[in-house]
Design a protein around this ligand. Structure first.
Ligand SMILES: Cc1cc2nc3c(=O)[nH]c(=O)nc-3n(C[C@H](O)[C@H](O)[C@H](O)COP(=O)(O)O)c2cc1C
Length: 182
């Protein structure tokens, strides 16, 4: 069983990225051999990062738990909106608590926009950051455009192309994570 951790990087009231995170969780549940867990940064509510886990004693609530989850995960999926041509500060804040925990972990990136460019600027920044963190960024990616129209509030893809693309991405993620595990 591959352990996949999905991190939702939007905490905004009325956030649309939650629709996409629900969709991704459902596609992971439909795939064989995966046990997926969602980390919602809105629920976790981590404080502003002052130091990495291991350098601050005691760590703020929730930090050690998230670090342990990243450490044991066979793969990560990041669902992130694009804010001002980047990804949200709340996601950077959460990612910066950890370093060694990401080593050689495959990471799939899913970016979300209510415009037509699918959050491609957030994607570019996330690639840079995860390379620095020692993770292995999956080439397959999902860029969600016009999220209000392409995903229902229940997290259904209203454009079937997203189902196909996401299943292909999950397939690649399983392939890579399985080989790295071996
Ligand atoms: C502060 C802020 C900045 C934003 N900047 C961008 C942007 O640069 N590019 C873009 O495509 N969408 C931008 N958006 C719109 C998001 O794409 C939109 O809110 C989308 O629904 C995904 O974010 P959400 O999960 O917060 O809803 C911005 C939204 C906010 C709140």
């Amino acid at each position: 069983m591959l352990k996949v951790l999905v991190i939702l990087g939007s905490v905004r009231c009325g956030r649309m990225s939650e629709r996409v995170a629900t969709f991704v969780m459902n596609r992971l549940a439909a795939a064989e051999g995966i046990s997926a867990e969602l980390v919602d940064l809105a629920v976790l509510d981590l404080p502003i990062m002052e130091e990495r886990l291991g350098r601050i004693d005691p760590p703020p609530p929730g930090v050690a738990d998230l670090g342990a989850k990243i450490e044991v995960a066979d793969a990560l999926v990041i669902v992130s909106p694009e804010y001002n041509h980047g990804y949200p500060g709340v996601l950077k804040n959460a990612l910066d608590y950890f370093y060694a925990q990401y080593k050689r972990t495959p990471v799939a990136l899913v970016t979300v926009s209510n415009g037509g460019h699918g959050g491609v600027n957030a994607w570019a920044q996330l690639v840079t950051v995860f390379v620095q963190l020692g993770a292995i960024v999956l080439p397959a990616t999902i860029a969600v455009s016009n999220v209000e129209k392409t995903f229902s509030p229940e997290g259904e893809a209203l454009d079937p192309a997203y189902v196909k693309r996401t299943d292909r991405m999950i397939d690649d993620l399983v392939w890579l994570a399985t080989r790295l595990k071996d």
